[in-house]
Ligand binder design. Structure first.
Ligand code: A2P
Length: 257
């Protein structure tokens, strides 16, 4: 048995010069938990060329979806950005990753903090009805340099708001907070600063950070993750993993090339 499923590309959407997303068929045997990642890629010169990608689709969905950067000299993404409907991609059979709700101690508010394509695992998690059962409030924060980089997330949230099942769950529980650092926008600034200054919570009209009730997942820029880890640890939050759940879990946004 091959280590990979061979899946067909169903659609590709280019969001900016540096961001695209695509959908592909999903083998009925491919199981994953929302928030996890798998190795995906292309066969190049008869050999698999793979990188870790979080599933942006939820595990109840029939199709797979991924959100990727484009790097012109990146071994995989320089090729992957050219895929078209009908092409074949490789999907590793085993999904894994730390951004799963079981790695968190039960809490009341779930903060999903992401930059760039680090949004992908949270795109999956906000389509998981179980997440809305476990938490009273969910805050999805997406930080980017420019406004147009927010489009994938904005459209995802809009689609869910219009959805019969998710619409009511979102309006009751989900706050979406896109923020931009390098051009004018209604929310501005780095996620680290927005949390340290409490502006995020003030803007949302919510209570400040509280270890007793807040649980956190983060995915994105390594520099941001390191700063956030220190900030949360200084406040007594503990990192969770598969053996011991904690107050927060971390995953870097994968593909850099
Ligand atoms: P900034 O524009 O101020 O660097 P990148 O494209 O470099 O991965 O960055 C994505 C987003 O993450 C940008 O808005 C960037 O802000 C922000 N960012 C980069 N480094 C950090 C950090 N150490 N802490 C918080 N946000 C960061």
């Amino acid at each position: 048995m091959s280590a990979f499923y061979r899946e067909k590309v169903l659609s590709v959407r280019h969001w900016t010069d540096t961001l695209f997303s695509f959908k592909a068929t999903r083998d009925s045997g491919f199981r994953f938990l929302n928030g996890q990642f798998a190795m995906i890629g292309l066969e190049v010169d008869g050999r698999p060329l793979l990188r870790a990608y979080s599933m942006a689709s939820a595990n109840h969905e029939e199709e797979l979806e991924f959100f990727s950067i484009k790097v012109s000299d990146g071994p995989l993404t320089s090729r992957l950005q050219k895929i078209r409907e009908g092409d074949t991609i490789l999907v590793g059979r085993k999904a894994t990753g730390t951004l799963i709700t079981d790695n968190l101690i039960p809490g009341k508010r779930l903060l999903l903090l992401s930059t760039g394509t680090g949004l992908a695992p949270f795109a999956s998690l906000i389509k998981d009805p179980d997440v809305y059962e476990r938490f009273e409030q969910i805050v999805l924060v997406h930080g980017c340099r420019q406004v147009n980089e927010l489009a994938f997330g904005e459209q995802l949230v809009q689609k869910l708001r219009d959805d019969e099942l998710f619409g009511p769950l979102l309006s009751e529980k989900l706050s979406y907070y896109p923020t931009v650092t390098r051009e004018p926008f209604r929310n501005r600034g780095r996620i680290t600063d927005l949390i340290a200054s409490e502006q995020l919570f003030n803007d949302l009209g919510q209570t400040p950070l509280d270890k007793a009730t807040d649980r956190i997942m983060m995915c994105g820029s390594p520099a941001m993750l390191e700063e956030l880890r220190q900030m949360f640890e200084q406040r007594g939050f503990l990192e969770g993993n598969h053996t011991e759940p904690g107050h927060f879990v971390i995953e870097k946004a994968f593909v850099e090339r």
